[in-house]
Write a protein that binds this ligand. Structure first.
Ligand code: FAD
Length: 354
């Protein structure tokens, strides 16, 4: 009987095993160096944002700065609806939040982990750190689902190249010149909210920017719209006796206005057009990522070396799924959907050729 090794019991590895089981394949061994599915626990702040509403594959795939086109075919085989149905079959019911993110009804990633592990039935998870292909000689098929940490060497052992890993979906550190902003304050811009941290910026908008610009060298500049010029002009005109700072504080937090304005106490009557114009945008100089906030890794096994079934083009008994590949998405459930869909594709192909 042919034997399958799955290296890594994260979301993609366990889902792959569950899919193989659903195809009637049981001769599987999973290797995990830590605790199985421990990486699922912090997802969605402990609630597990397992996917996002998806009506159209191409629209959905736009949420992956790396991997967009590669995912067309992966999603055509297993998309959001298939994932929800699959989870329902193993007792994980889901609901959609008004912002179109999906969560388990239990609102608990720990409960989801328990149910996924229970559904593995007799499949054993061996506590072992696989460091070379020599340890996997006896297996006919090998699924590498090691996420962003721990599997690159193994992939290289099989002849693969790695696109240099870089943090994405994380906070950003600002240059000394830029990191003068009041910590803990939230700036609401028309592009989204920015949270000022000890030495940088964070929040959903910044995560997205960190992801879009993950491959850019530091330092780089981010420019965001700050205050609508017409509205500010009107307010300044209607309040000639008020201080400029006071009026600006109607648009942005007061503590921030104090930092930004050179002329906080100036009377509005004396404020020039240029001074108003200067508040249209805010620019930050980014010097590095804040690795504490890293949620995903951009980079990983080169997609040119993986076919549409998530099978290695270099070593036909090897498959990849999840974050180990050079695929990463935005916040909102996209990264886990990559894990589920790619895991299914690998399992499906194995079931066809075994
Ligand atoms: C704080 C946080 C919150 C997140 N929230 C969300 C969310 O709500 N929604 C979402 O879509 N995404 C979220 N993500 C991203 C998501 O968790 C990952 O994309 C997903 O876990 C990737 O799954 P994976 O199975 O590919 O890899 P991983 O989850 O990294 O799992 C890989 C597993 O392989 C094991 N391993 C590695 N190397 C070896 C080896 N050599 N031998 C044996 N075992 C090995 C590891 O120990 C690990 O258990 C979040 C990430 C973080 C950090």
């Amino acid at each position: 009987m042919k034997k399958i090794a799955i290296v890594g019991a994260g979301p993609s590895g366990v889902y792959c095993a569950l899919c193989l089981l659903s195809f009637g394949i049981k001769n599987i061994e999973i290797f995990e160096k830590n605790s199985p599915l421990s990486t699922l626990l912090p997802t969605g702040g402990g609630r597990c944002n397992l996917t996002h509403r998806g009506d159209d594959i191409k629209e959905f795939a736009k949420n992956y700065p790396r991997g967009e086109k590669f995912l067309y075919s992966i999603f055509s085989k297993h998309f959001v609806g298939d994932t929800l149905e699959f989870f329902s079959k193993i007792g994980i019911e889901t609901y959609i939040h008004e912002d179109e993110r999906y969560f388990p009804k239990s609102n608990s990633s720990s409960d989801m982990r328990k149910k996924m592990l229970n559904a593995l039935c007799d499949i054993k998870i061996k506590k072992q750190n696989i460091t070379s292909k020599d340890e996997l000689k006896e297996y006919d098929f090998i699924v590498i689902s090691t996420g962003s940490k721990g599997g690159y060497k193994l992939a290289c052992d099989f002849g693969h190249s790695i696109v240099e890993p870089k943090p994405a979906l994380c906070g950003l550190k600002l240059s000394n010149n830029s990191s003068k902003y009041p910590q803990g304050v939230v700036l609401k811009t028309k592009d989204g909210d920015v949270l000022f941290t000890k030495d940088g910026i964070s929040g959903p908008l910044i995560y997205k920017i960190s992801s879009l610009r993950a491959r850019e060298p530091f330092p780089y500049k981010i420019t965001l719209s700050l205050i609508d010029e017409d509205k500010l002009t009107r307010e300044v005109k209607n309040n000639p006796k008020k201080s400029f700072g006071n009026v600006v504080s109607g648009f942005i937090p007061k503590s921030l206005a104090h930092v930004i304005l050179k002329n906080y106490d100036k009377q509005c009557a004396n404020v020039s057009k240029k001074e108003i114009e200067e508040l249209k945008i805010i620019t930050f100089e980014v010097v590095s990522t804040d690795n504490k906030g890293e949620i995903v890794t951009s980079g990983g096994v080169n997609l040119k070396e993986i076919d549409k079934d998530c099978r290695s083009k270099l070593e036909p008994r090897v498959f990849f799924c999840g974050e180990v590949m050079d695929i990463d998405g935005f916040c909102g459930g996209y990264n886990l959907q990559n894990s589920w869909s790619s895991a299914y594709c690998a399992a499906k192909k194995i079931s066809e050729i075994i």
